[in-house]
Design a protein around this ligand. Structure first.
Ligand code: ZN
Ligand code: FE
Length: 256
């Protein structure tokens, strides 16, 4: 089986567009549709035709291109069952642990409520790719608009058990601000300090920080590290639950 071919581009201001192309079948999925013109331009550059949109959640910056892309390509739109009414042009709904094939590539849906109540991530299990949108960012996690912190913590734990080498594609280029914040929570983490320096350099050159890996996030992302003794000591929360520590980190980021 030939490997999938990915194309990543920035759209709107800080949203990532991602196209996933299967050279075997010619299928091309757009992960969300932040901006129809940007998606079409990327597809044209590669000579690809959009066959699917894999929607993660209902926010405008993830679905605004749905109808225009459907009009142009007649593509099939897949999305979360718990947000079905809010997603334009939806053809097929998915819930937790549903699986389907993209060409011959197995995909598993993981429900990750938190940022929104019905947010889903797409895990290409054999390809070791995760499209995490606004649930898990490089060094960050999505803001909690529709669910309490404990739900998001639980959702992140569902991602944390995937294979360490999983490549994670996320929804926004927020990494520089996330890195600066992470250093306030976990200031003595040597891996985080090194990574933050790399990110400063990448962004100074205008380069993207996508993708990341699960191994790297587990070592450096404070939102996955609420159980870490040094972080707990730093926050004076050594006797609190992981959910409480996570909630405190999320609150501090909201005010950062
Ligand atoms: Zn969002
Ligand atoms: Fe977003």
């Amino acid at each position: 089986m030939k490997p999938l071919d990915l194309d990543v581009f920035l759209c709107r201001t800080d949203n990532f567009g991602v196209l996933v192309h299967d050279p075997e079948t010619g299928l091309t999925a757009s992960i969300d549709a932040p901006d129809a013109d940007a998606v079409i331009a990327a597809a044209d550059r590669r000579g690809w035709t959009i066959s699917h949109i894999f929607t993660t959640h209902h926010h405008t910056d993830h679905v605004e291109g749905n109808l225009a892309l459907k009009e142009k390509y007649g593509c099939e739109i897949i999305g979360p069952i718990n947000e079905a009414v809010a997603i334009p042009g939806l053809d097929m709904t998915m819930s937790d642990d549903d699986t389907f094939l993209f060409g011959e590539h197995p995909v598993r849906v993981i429900e990750t409520p938190g940022h929104t109540a019905g947010h889903i991530c797409y895990h290409f299990t054999d390809d070791k790719l995760l499209f995490a949108a606004d649930t898990l960012f490089a060094l960050g996690c999505g803001r909690l608009f529709e669910r309490p912190p404990a739900d998001m913590w639980h959702s992140l734990q569902k991602l944390a058990v995937l294979p360490d080498e999983t490549a994670i594609y996320f929804g926004h280029e927020y990494t520089l601000s996330n890195a600066r914040f992470a250093l306030t929570i976990d200031p003595d983490n040597e891996r985080l300090k090194a990574r933050a320096a790399e990110i400063e350099a990448l962004r100074a050159e205008g380069r993207f920080t996508i993708p990341t890996t699960l191994a790297l996030e587990k070592e450096t992302n404070p939102f996955l590290r609420a159980g870490d003794p040094a972080i707990r000591r730093n926050l004076l929360m050594e006797t609190k639950t992981n959910e409480e520590v996570f909630a405190e980190i999320r609150k501090r980021k909201d005010n950062f």
